[in-house]
Design a protein around this ligand. Structure first.
Ligand code: ZN
Length: 179
């Protein structure tokens, strides 16, 4: 699977596990904690000293960057199992809770999620707010499940601002299908 054509900057990270061993059936948006440019976000993951990365980065102006090829497993969500199957997206955000994101960032996230769905043959982005229910949910072949970092680690990520909007994100992405 080729990465998204929405990418306008590529800053590849060495921090990944190579090809995924599980087909993509999740998307995990993160808050990067800082209103950073896409170059800065990818730059954070450029060194091997920091054992972290993401597939895509969205800078504060809404530009989208590629950090780890979509076909490869990034090191992003404190969960090997999740990262194996999830496209991970680091989004520029405020420094503190609720880690609010700029309208441009949110708009780019909607577009990128819709694009990931389309290219991976998914017709519906699914958001289930309760952790147990979500992880128990059997994702159908044409569906993709939203997951969040706070389910896998003692972190606030992606912050309460985005948490409150994930239902809306799914609705917007699903409304765009087939347009
Ligand atoms: Zn995170």
């Amino acid at each position: 699977m080729k990465s998204s054509k929405l990418v306008s900057y590529t800053g590849l990270s060495p921090n990944h596990s190579g090809r995924r061993t599980h087909a993509i059936d999740r998307i995990t948006p993160h808050a990067v904690v800082g209103q950073l440019s896409v170059e800065r976000i990818c730059g954070c993951f450029a060194g091997k000293d920091r054992q972290a990365s993401c597939n895509y980065a969205i800078g504060a102006d809404g530009r989208i960057g590629l950090c780890v090829d979509e076909a490869n497993r990034s090191w992003c969500s404190s969960s090997r199992e999740n990262d194996q199957r999830a496209v991970t997206i680091e989004c520029a955000s405020d420094l503190t809770e609720p880690y609010a994101m700029k309208p441009e960032v949110y708009a780019a996230l909607v577009k990128l999620c819709a694009d990931i769905c389309r290219r991976n043959g998914k017709k519906r982005l699914v958001w289930i707010a309760e952790l147990e229910k979500a992880l128990m949910y059997e994702v159908k072949p044409d569906e993709i499940l939203l997951t969040v970092h706070r389910w896998f680690a003692r972190k606030s990520c992606p912050g309460n601002w985005l948490m409150e909007r994930l239902g809306n994100l799914a609705d917007e992405v699903n409304g765009k299908q087939g347009v």
